[in-house]
Design a protein around this ligand. Structure first.
Ligand SMILES: [Zn+2]
Length: 66
């Protein structure tokens, strides 16, 4: 999966290799870092690869370390 799962409503500025997007519909995904299953309109994409989605918790952790 390298395409967004639904329409992108809002694109946030990229932070390093991560970029956050708000989708038009709830999207269920497994976080590439913590492995938790999340359902959210807010997703974080790593390296522009929609197969690598991060939850907001991991996004915050990564940002706090950089
Ligand atoms: Zn996570």
């Amino acid at each position: 999966m390298t395409q967004p799962p639904s329409k992108i409503v809002k694109t946030f500025p990229p932070k390093g290799s991560l970029q956050q997007f708000r989708l038009g519909q709830l999207h269920e995904f497994q976080c590439a870092r913590c492995g938790a299953t999340k359902k959210s309109k807010l997703v974080v994409v790593e390296d522009g690869d929609w197969a690598k989605l991060l939850c907001n918790g991991c996004y915050g952790n990564v940002l706090s370390k950089t």
